[in-house]
Write a protein that binds this ligand. Structure first.
Ligand code: 13P
Ligand code: SF4
Length: 362
């Protein structure tokens, strides 16, 4: 395996910059009524049908008034809602216009004609949408929705690595700040990391900041990988022992894992892929029983679509993704907050790295 080394000071970073210009161009609207009544029940019945396998009927009277209000306000604001695969079922299935992994969401953000983008995901995803749409309003319902990987590295760290390895191209996972992307040659996501690394025609690359994704890519290529010691706080908690336990209890069980997991965990898996690739794998194979070794809302979302598949849920939640809720999405549309702001000079540099990835032919 051509894995050279992993660097990293393991510094704590401040929360990402959000806000500032929020709400200037759009006045707040009145808060819509949020009562549960026969009209709300009738008008949202088709949406509840999508999630009835995973959301108990007693919970729907709480969600439905928000779902109806969000969908109406979204149309009034000319907004589009992009939701990551880790969002909870009522967001993913009932208010999102587009769902997907980081790459699919970045592609949708690049394509959308909507004037307002509400990003139901974490901050780096909203920032990526803003980098691709400098003239649009990008909102995130909770500015504290961060990511341990994005916190793990700064633009200064990238500059130091470039000094240490002159001429070696820098591939940066999208789970990073705009400042870090601006110092990079090209971005990647977990679904195209190998392709991006091999596209550069270099025998050596600096791959930041996820050490485990870097190790996974290194196991698939002859390109030598210099990595950083950033980790996802959700995926690093899975253990190989835990996975062996599932296999011992049911030898026919299928185990599929996200490449942010440690190498010994991936060694126990039948398939490794991005969140979208994991979903596609389950859709195509419809296993009798499967463990999705990733954030656990994703299993709920796939379960809603495929009730016949039995999901074993090692329930590791991403605390950042879970900050996004229906009441906060509604607030976001009522008050047009929190608006994501990226310094235009940094955005222009970061855009080169993101667009280079998006335009890579698959
Ligand atoms: P995906 O691009 O596979 O959706 O991964 C994003 C992420 O943050 C996983 O933890
Ligand atoms: Fe970041 Fe991990 Fe949460 Fe994904 S699951 S957003 S990598 S902390």
């Amino acid at each position: 395996m051509p894995f050279l080394a992993a660097f990293g000071p393991g510094l704590d970073r401040p929360l990402p910059a959000v806000g500032g210009a929020g709400g200037r161009r759009f006045p707040s609207l009145p808060m819509p009524p949020l009562d549960w009544n026969a009209t709300v029940e009738r008008e949202t019945a088709h949406l509840y049908a999508r999630i009835k396998a995973v959301v108990p009927a007693v919970e729907w009277p709480f969600f439905a008034p928000y779902v109806k209000a969000i969908n109406e306000l979204k149309a009034a604001r000319g907004a589009v809602i992009l939701a990551h695969n880790y969002q909870t079922p009522e967001i993913y299935n009932c208010v999102a216009d587009f769902v997907g992994d980081s790459l699919q969401l970045a592609r949708e953000a690049a394509k959308t004609r909507a004037a307002v983008i509400v990003q139901c995901g974490v901050h780096f995803m909203a920032e990526t949408a803003k980098i691709l749409n400098p003239d649009k309003t990008v909102l995130i319902p909770d500015r504290r929705a961060g990511c341990s990987l994005a916190q793990a590295i700064s633009a200064d760290d990238v500059r130091l690595l470039r000094e240490r390895f002159p001429g070696v191209p820098v591939v940066t996972y999208v789970n990073t700040s705009a400042e870090v992307k601006a110092e990079s040659d090209i971005c990647c996501t977990s679904s195209n990391a190998l392709q991006v690394v091999e596209s550069l025609g270099s025998d050596k690359v600096i791959f930041l900041p996820d050490e485990y994704l870097a190790r996974y890519v290194a196991s698939q290529t002859d390109v030598k990988i210099i990595a950083w010691k950033g980790h996802c706080e959700v995926h690093e908690r899975f253990t190989a022992d835990e996975l062996r336990g599932y296999r011992e209890s049911d030898p026919a069980i299928q185990i599929i894992a996200h490449p942010e997991c440690p190498p010994d965990v991936l060694a126990e898996a039948d398939f490794t892929g991005s969140t979208a690739h994991m979903i596609d794998w389950v859709r195509a194979r419809k296993p009798r029983r499967v463990v999705m070794v990733t954030e656990c809302s994703m299993a709920d979302n796939v379960q809603a679509e495929l009730p016949e598949v039995q999901f074993v849920r090692p329930c590791n939640l991403c605390p950042h993704m879970k900050r996004i809720t229906l009441p906060k999405i509604l607030d976001s549309l009522v008050h047009m907050q929190e608006e994501v702001v990226v310094d235009p000079a940094i955005a222009a540099k970061a855009r080169r790295a993101v667009e280079r990835m998006i335009h890579l032919k698959s």
